[in-house]
Design a protein around this ligand. Structure first.
Ligand code: HEM
Length: 485
């Protein structure tokens, strides 16, 4: 009898546990069937965005979980409206995974990697004003890099030599960052000359080993940090990070002496209004090396993103000469002096960034509160939300999503197209440099397309490593004949 009593108490307990834990358990988004091994193998290759796209196409809701070595759920969100809800949620932040990147700045947190809080807020607020479009436009009007690019293209056109557009655009962007973000610093890439000539090459040589070690290998294998002293590549990456910080410190020193030597108060005011001017005078930095870390961040975040976007657009225009001709005619007929006003140019840029979002794997966020989805599933608080922009941009409801069609951005733009388009991310941690990036894209595309015809010699391959690169492609340019009236 006593035994039966104990049994019924045990059954009652089990029932209570069932009702508390099982019945009320949240329904999570579906779990992709790919094993953890397959997932890791695919996610560590240069095809990772295409792997995630293939999974997103299988799930109509475009929200699913992936098996990764994380104790928290890893939820992939390829649905634009849900992505926006997560990125704009007040209770969402960057996960601590971002701190691996601090190795690139010799351990100093940058405002890109810092979670929301005073360190991030003062740095972002400090520079935001310097990125406003009118200030950027004034800077671009005076760019010497435009002339340098024209000269290089004239040489290539005269010789008929083929070239790698990604390489050329990266070199251009380093010079442009010097001229804009750093208020006239000469990195000596296309422009050559200046006292600091060679600094651009030093930057490019240091950035690659540092990115590979800290943004890739240490993120995939946290144990590597402990063994770094025994791994030659890890030691070389450490030296590269020190070099990046040295470059940032030299750049700031050069800026300060230029400001000191300014001939007039108005010249000094002009320097103070620039991005580096704002950064150097921001009193909220706890340490000079935090400032240096933010200079490194601007150089890293601003060079290949814009450079590869330009290059992808040039390859698309070369593959679609009718679109390039229409764009050239549009720019030449009424907008040549103000490319920022050409609707067709804006459509070409949007379409290129939709198909080839350089931040292809997008943003990561952690939610502090559950997020209920329209199908009844829940993304639980604490889950890591991965929002990969390439699948967001390239899955239904976007029509004919794999085709380059700038026209889709011109008239009666589908609301779902806009909802599923976020190359610069969204919410408070979106791209602070997007005004500059868009102004550069417009300015340089207008210059190239109105002056030159592009011939596609070899289409590029997509190669993902933090950014989506058009690898190994080749173009040829020739002077575009003047417009016949
Ligand atoms: C086509 C060009 C560009 C694209 C597609 C792009 C894209 C992005 C994206 C998607 C993010 C959010 C990353 C995340 O959530 O993890 C971001 C952040 C950022 N970008 Fe850009 N970017 C571009 C150009 C630039 C430029 C030119 C600069 C500066 C010179 C810049 C500086 C930054 C910084 C500092 C952040 C971090 C902002 C913060 O955490 O508050 N970017 N960018």
């Amino acid at each position: 009898m006593a035994f039966l009593g104990e049994l019924s108490v045990a059954l009652l307990c089990l029932l209570i546990v069932y009702f508390l834990c099982v019945r009320d358990r949240k329904r999570l988004p579906p779990l992709a069937t790919e094993s953890m091994f397959t997932t890791i193998a695919a996610m560590t290759t240069s095809d990772a965005p295409w792997f995630v796209l293939s999974l997103a196409q299988k799930y109509p809701g475009r929200v699913f979980r992936m098996r990764v070595p994380q104790w928290r759920p890893w939820v992939v969100i390829a649905d634009g409206p849900t992505a926006r809800a997560v990125l704009r949620a007040r209770a969402a932040d960057k996960p601590s995974l971002y701190s691996n990147f601090d190795g690139m700045t010799a351990g100093w947190a940058s405002f890109f990697t810092s979670p929301d809080g005073p360190r991030w807020a003062h740095a972002r607020k400090g520079v935001s004003h310097a990125f406003t479009s009118s200030l950027i436009r004034d800077k671009l009007d005076a760019l010497q890099s435009c002339a340098a690019l024209g000269l290089r293209l004239d040489v290539l056109s005269a010789s008929g030599e083929e070239f790698d557009a990604a390489q050329l655009m990266i070199e251009l962007m380093i010079d442009v960052l010097g001229e804009t973000v750093l208020a006239g610093f000469d990195f000596g890439m296309l422009r050559g000359g200046g006292d600091s000539s060679g600094m651009g090459l030093r930057f490019l040589e240091a950035v690659e080993p540092a990115l590979i070690e800290y943004a890739l290998k240490r993120t995939n294998n946290p144990l590597r940090k402990l063994m770094a002293f025994a791994i030659p590549e890890a030691r070389a990456a450490g030296r590269a990070a020190v070099e990046l910080m040295r470059i940032a410190n030299e750049v700031m020193e050069e800026f300060r002496s230029r400001r000191e030597a300014a001939a007039s108060a108005s010249e000094r005011e002009e320097l103070d209004a620039t991005i580096i001017g704002k950064l150097v005078s921001n009193p909220n930095y706890a340490h000079e090396q935090e400032r240096a870390a933010d200079v490194v961040t601007f150089l890293i975040a601003g060079h290949d993103t814009t450079g590869f976007t330009l290059a992808w657009t040039l390859y698309e225009l070369a593959a679609h000469p009718e679109i390039a001709d229409r764009l050239a005619a549009d720019l030449r007929s009424n907008n040549e002096v103000a490319p920022e006003r050409s609707e067709y140019l804006a459509a070409v840029i949007n379409e290129s960034m939709r198909l080839w979002p350089v931040a292809a794997m997008g943003s990561l966020r952690v939610l502090a509160e559950d997020l209920a989805l329209s199908d009844g599933a829940v993304i639980p608080a604490g889950a890591i939300c991965s929002i990969p922009f390439l699948p967001v941009h390239r899955t239904a409801p976007v029509q004919d999503a794999g085709t380059f069609k700038p026209e889709r951005w011109l008239k009666n733009v589908e609301p779902s197209l806009k909802e599923n388009f976020m190359p610069f991310s969204t919410g408070r941690r979106n791209c602070v440099g997007q005004t500059l990036a868009l102004a550069e894209l417009k300015r340089f595309l207008a210059l190239i397309v109105t002056g030159y015809k592009l011939e596609l010699v070899r289409p590029p391959k997509s190669d993902y490593f933090l950014t989506l690169k058009p690898a190994d492609g080749r173009l040829r340019v020739s002077r575009r004949p003047p417009m016949s009236h």
